[in-house]
Design a protein around this ligand. Sequence first.
Ligand SMILES: [Mn+2]
Length: 378
Amino acid sequence: MKFIHTSDWHLGKLFYGEYLTDEQAWILRNQFLPLADSEKPDVILLAGDVYDRSIPPEEAVALFNEMIEEIVEKRHIPFIVISGNHDSAERISFASTVLERSGLYMCGDLTRLSPIFLSDAWGKVAFVPLPYAEPGTVRTALSVDVHSHEEAEKALSSHLLKCVPEGMRKIAMAHEFVAGGKESDSERPLSVGGTDQIHGSVFDGYHYTALGHLHGAQKAGGSDLIRYSGSLLKYSFSEATHKKGVIIGEIDGEGRVRTEFHPLVPRKDARIIEGTFDELMAKDDPAPNDFLMAELMDDKPVIDVMARLRKKYPNMMTIHANRQLSEDTGSRHFDFNKRIDPLDMFRIFYKEMQDKEFTDEEEEYMQKVWNDVRKEDL
Ligand SMILES: [Mn+2]
């Protein structure tokens, strides 16, 4: 049985104030669906964070609806979705008992969970959905005494495995932070205080575990068979060097799983470019429409730098200036308790910014400006 494992779509994500929905639609329509057409998987697994927030924008809901129609209705591929920490479990599992008759399995609410059985030439494979849940939620739903994420995940897994016959091939889907994993800036921590990490051994016994949560594609718990597919797009500049994509896996009759990472190439990449303002403006950039962060190397301030960079790079999202304001890294020399002549204050500011004193000509000019301003005040 062949599967595509994907996760962390974060539909409706805001990236430096811009909705990424158009880019998400582009990559899903032009990269993801064609891949489903060529690979013809028997099932698609989406391991949480369908949306970026619990109440997603309408465009994000419309895009997910389109994907459901493309996958389940047009291509007749069963689609199993679990909720992640960014999703609302309750909203994700809306109408789930009705939808599963069509091959769409929306798993969020713990009280309605059960394994999903799909068949191939060798018999059945059990897919065990473990949506993201706080330990307290698991405690209430299953009436078990669990306090950590690890205890909760174990309890949920063994609760569902009661319905899976001994010896059957089984694949888990989970949205967790498996210890040892590499984080990036676009993941929201699963818990504040306490530990949100679980040990990979929680998934012992599964033939494969399709993970979501960490946005970089990686294996987890030291096992080739516990994997993060990574997010659909780069959702922070800390992911600038990531390769995004999906995992194509195949489980044979013995339960052996073979996996392969398949990259998905976005229409606009997210990159960091480095140089002085003049260098960046002169640079022959192959894709100036990409989402960019500039590491600005100028040692002097550049006036109106964002607007000027955006003329060449319309999707310049943020600028990081490497400039140091003075040797003692930006501290000011004003003593606010002391009455300082405003002109002196400007002299200090000028020195901080330009690292030099007024010229005689500038001194004279500023004296005149200041005197004029005072005259107007009187
Ligand atoms: Mn995520």
